[in-house]
Every structure is written in C-alpha cells, then in structure tokens.
Design a protein around this ligand. Structure first.
Ligand code: ZN
Length: 131
C-alpha cells in the first residue's frame, strides 16, 4: 500500500494504516518500516475511525490552500492530534467546533472520522467533534 491507496481509502471514509507483523505496533499513517522495530513486514490495518481529541490548536494565520477554503483571521480552523481507539495518534483537521472560541473545545472529547472531499485528488483527513 502506498500513499495513493491511503487517499483512495480516505475517499471512502476509511482510515487504513499498517500493523507490524513482528511486534504488533500500529500506525495510522503509511509506513514502509515499523516505527518500533524497523521491520518491513507490515499488514494493512483498518481503524474504526473513532478516537479522542488529545491536543489541538486553532489557526488564524493560514496557508494559501486554507485561505482558498475561506479560512483566515476572521475564520480560524482547528487542527488537532487524535488518539485513535486502537492507540495510534494522528494529526487531523477537527470539525464541528468553533475555532474562534477555543476555550469551548475540550481535550478528551470523542471524535469520529469525517473525511472531507473538497479536492477529489487529495481528501482531507478530518474528525468530527461529537457533542
Ligand atoms: Zn514492529
């Protein structure tokens, strides 16, 4: 599996990473070698898409790509680290939050995979904040 497959899976709202056949280490990102034992003996692993918000940051100084989506000083967006139900952590956009009021966003909150398909070539890994 390569990164093209990773994004194809995301388009179907499936988060598929890898699991090491030697030590069992999981990764929600594409790797060719295990980050724990360096083995290249990896299998695909589908994650449930459920997780919790570990940390986040609300960003108002945005890259061009985000500005094109309408984000900016008056409309910040939220980016976070999600700890998946299965354990691995992954960086993703956090949806269904008011990034103008970060004090209302709580770490530990349940999240659910909600891939955004604005650009069909490269879907955006995102999680929905569940109230
Ligand atoms: Zn390993």
């Amino acid at each position: 599996m390569d990164s093209a497959d990773f994004f194809e899976n995301l388009k179907e709202n499936k988060l598929i990473g890898v699991q090491c056949n030697v030590c069992g280490e999981l990764s929600a990102e594409i790797r060719y070698y295990c980050s724990a034992c360096q083995s290249g003996d990896l299998s695909e692993k589908q994650f449930t898409g459920k997780g919790k918000l570990s940390t986040f940051t609300c960003i108002s100084i945005v890259p061009t790509r985000m500005a094109e989506e309408g984000f900016g000083r008056d409309k910040p967006y939220c980016s976070g680290i999600v700890t998946l139900e299965e354990g691995p952590r992954i960086s993703a956009r956090i949806l269904n939050v008011d990034a103008s009021n970060p004090e209302d966003i709580e770490t530990g909150q349940d999240l659910e995979l909600d891939v955004q398909l604005r650009d069909s070539e490269r879907p955006i890994l995102a999680f929905k904040y569940l109230d």
